[in-house]
Design a protein. Structure first.
Lengths: 446, 317
């Protein structure tokens, strides 16, 4: 009896541990079988499914199983997968995350394969390939796409306000009075009785249409919220990029930019932060509650897809130093260090980064592929759909981009900066309070 | 659980006059019982050990380490606890959780008691009684999302009504003042039917003849409630309070699917802060240490409730 009880317990424990690490068990380094691939953007799924089908046609021994997971669950599920041994062989990687993954030895360096297979790193848009070389000098991914920031605007609201599209293309900005950018935003703001933001008697507490939409406080990167104007002052997030070790949220140039931003809320030109919890910024734009939204190029499909609204895209404003600025973010495909199918995974990553796949992605006009030639094809595909994307591509052409800040501790930096930025944008704290947050951030690097 | 433990030896004593543990000659029979007992306990025991005891011990161990889940835990002694004592976000999370628990429990218990009395006296139809449970049958996440949309600042139906009534829109989730009360109310709405059901069960166990006697003696309904219902309901109420307070302290899902700690830090409740430190910021040692502190707080709260409300004694005995 006792013995059999023990057996039951052991059997139960085994069943549990077996189910916990299911999915493994084929030979290492194989170039055959099924590999798993994860991405988070549902809009891009059809393009990559097409790539996977083409890939299997060319390599009948390898099948690719694509799983799409929303951004909110993506990273925690991935981390659990690393620990539990169920992570995908290949996955879409983000600049804000890969530093920590590489440091914890979860990514497979692919230098040898890239060299052996003669992948031409110069064919990618400038800087994109270098982003994926870690602090240890090893390559952890091949670039797949890039994005920049632009101003989406409601054409009919602009026409009603008497603002020409040429004016939109030549906006200027400075942290003191906001330049012509603020003038346009003010003029596009309309209160419930029809008074514009720059007219006498404007009621800032009863606004019907805000000149500028608000996505949120922007946490540590401010990618679409404030980085596009704050960086025109010559400010940058970190001392160097990639792999900076000191953040600059205490810089007066940055703080005066953020004071201007928070000032828009006080003046009634931008919605209160509290009203942005819930409905997405793009949807409120579609509902006619804002005239201009600063957003990323990955949103083109969504903004131009709304029925009944004519959308134009203008480049971000020119700053005090006479230049525009946009964050330049790029994704890449990385291989999990624990993959059982190393060779097949490398093949797939190289295929994803090659012209045949990136041209497929370009043809779907959802995102800009990393290869220069494919980028041009994507711009043409957008044009064929009636969307002018020069606002995004000219940042790359004129080299007015700066890189997404790549450092260690990015999750912790975000954890500190998110509430700090929210407090400033909601008007509870002045921008000078960011100096204290900056001290906390920099203490992480000691 | 405690009641059964203290009562069992006495209850069993008439079946088996000699306590088997003391008599060596009865050892063989006792051993046979043990095997069968183990057999029946085993399924629960395996689950308990695997899913509760082992993780708890491991969590306590991890609280003394620096651990980012992908590397190996590194022993740092009491460093995490020292850092937590100086962490304003930890103290903020305690205060926020305290506010939430207070609002949630006071309101929920009062409403549930009222509902239970109605179920006992007025609403005798199973349909009506069942309807009270409906919100509880919904998953927490669904309930939270449902209200998240209905209370949305821009497109929520509730704000539409508020505007029609000529009042200014309310940022239920977006403003620091409203965020915690809103979530406390949502969870009150979801849980009060279930809590009412527990209290209702307690009400049903009060012998009817006591009420008849009280009626004969000319007691007013309020007197009956105060002198008979409340004292006899006490053990059930204490149990309900212990369970709901512990549950309330662990509020997480509502926050996670709506405000995620914001605006600023207004809803960064303790469980969400643990999750943020451990799973978002990969600081599992620090997260475990806060979890251990929460565990101690809850143990203390449960102990105080049992001790001072005499939850393990019934006035019916």
């Amino acid at each position: 009896m006792k013995k059999s009880l023990g057996t039951v317990a052991v059997a139960a424990a085994m069943a549990l541990s077996l189910s916990a690490c299911g999915g493994s068990g084929s030979s290492a380094e194989s170039a055959k079988g099924e590999i798993s691939y994860w991405l988070w953007d549902a809009n891009q799924l059809p393009a990559y499914q097409q790539c996977a089908d083409d890939f299997t046609k060319a390599n009948p021994d390898i099948k690719v199983k694509i799983t799409q997971r929303g951004w909110d669950d993506y990273w925690s599920t991935l981390t659990n997968g690393f620990v539990g041994g169920t992570a995908p062989d290949v996955f879409t990687n983000h600049l804000g995350r890969y530093g920590e993954l590489a440091e914890n030895k979860q990514l497979l360096p692919i230098d040898d394969a890239v060299k052996k297979d003669n992948v031409d790193l110069a064919a990618y848009n400038e800087g994109l390939a270098d982003l994926w070389v870690g602090q240890d000098g090893k390559r952890y991914g091949l670039p797949k796409d890039w994005d920049t920031i632009g101003l989406f605007y409601n054409k009919s609201m602009l026409a009603k306000a008497g603002i020409s599209e040429d004016q939109m293309k030549n906006l200027t900005w400075n942290p003191q009075d906001g330049g012509t950018y603020e003038k346009v935003i003010a003029h596009l703001t309309v209160d419930k009785s029809g008074k514009r933001g720059d007219e006498a008697g404007f009621d800032k507490n009863n606004v019907a249409v805000y000149g500028l939409g608000l996505n949120g406080g922007g946490d540590s990167s401010g990618q679409t919220e404030w980085s596009y104007f704050a960086s025109t002052t010559g400010w940058s997030h970190t001392d160097k990029n990639p792999w900076g070790t000191h953040y600059n949220y205490d810089d007066p140039k940055f703080q005066s930019s953020i004071d201007w931003f928070a000032g828009l809320v006080k003046k009634g030109y931008m919605p209160k932060l509290e009203s942005t919890v819930g409905a997405a910024m793009a949807d409120t734009f579609a509902a006619g509650k804002s005239a201009i939204n600063a957003h990323g190029s990955w949103m083109v499909g969504q903004y131009t897809g709304y029925k009944g609204i004519e959308v134009g895209i203008a480049p971000t404003p020119t700053g005090p130093e006479g230049k525009r600025a946009s964050m330049f973010n790029g994704l890449a495909d990385s291989i999990w260090a624990g993959t059982k199918k190393k060779d097949a995974s490398i093949k797939w990553v190289e295929y994803l980064a090659s012209a045949p796949c990136q041209d497929v992605v370009a043809s779907k006009a959802v995102v800009f592929p990393a290869l220069k030639a494919s980028s041009d094809k994507a711009a043409a595909a957008f044009k064929a759909k009636g969307v002018d994307v020069t606002a995004f591509t000219e940042h790359v052409k004129n080299k007015t981009t700066f890189l997404y800040p790549i450092t260690d501790n990015t999750a912790k930096v975000k954890g500190i900066m998110e509430p700090a930025m929210d407090a400033v944008v909601s008007g509870k704290q002045p921008a000078s309070s960011l100096t204290e947050a900056n001290n906390q951030v920099n203490a992480l690097f000691k | 659980m405690m009641t059964t433990l203290t009562k069992n030896p006495a209850a069993r004593s008439d079946q088996r006059p000699a306590r088997p543990g003391r008599i060596r000659r009865g050892g063989l029979r006792r051993y046979g019982d043990l095997k069968i007992a183990l057999f029946f306990i085993a399924p629960a025991m395996i689950g308990f050990v695997l899913f509760y005891v082992v993780p708890t011990i491991r969590g306590i161990y991890l609280s003394f380490t620096e651990y980012n889940i992908l590397g190996d835990p590194e022993w740092v002694g009491l460093d995490n606890y020292a850092a937590i004592a100086k962490d304003p976000l930890f103290w903020n999370s305690l205060a926020v959780t305290g506010q939430y628990v207070l609002m949630n429990i006071v309101l929920q218990t009062a409403l549930a008691l009222g509902l239970a009395l109605l179920m006992d006296r007025v609403a005798k139809s199973t349909l009506v009684r069942g309807a009270l449970l409906l919100p509880y049958l919904m998953s927490n996440v669904i309930a939270a999302l449902l209200w998240f949309w209905m209370l949305d600042y821009q497109i929520g139906i509730v704000n539409q009504f508020i505007e029609w009534a000529g009042l200014p829109r309310v940022a239920f989730f977006g403003s620091e003042e409203w965020a915690i009360p809103t979530q406390a109310l949502i969870n009150t709405w979801r849980h009060m039917g279930y809590t009412a059901l527990l209290i209702f069960a307690g009400l049903q166990s009060i012998p009817q003849h006591l009420y008849e006697v009280a009626k004969l003696d000319g007691a007013s309904p309020f007197q009956t409630f105060r002198k008979i219902t409340m004292p006899l309901l006490r053990p059930v109420l204490v149990l309900v309070l212990v369970v709901t307070v512990i549950g309330s302290f662990q509020v997480f899902d509502t926050v996670a699917v709506t405000t995620q700690g914001g605006p600023v830090n207004a809803t960064r409740v303790i469980q969400y802060y643990i999750y943020q430190r451990a799973f978002t910021e990969s600081d599992f040692g620090y997260g475990s240490a806060i979890a251990v502190i929460l565990f101690l707080i809850l143990a203390l709260v449960a102990f105080i409730q049992m001790k001072f409300l005499k939850g393990n004694e019934s006035d019916l005995d």
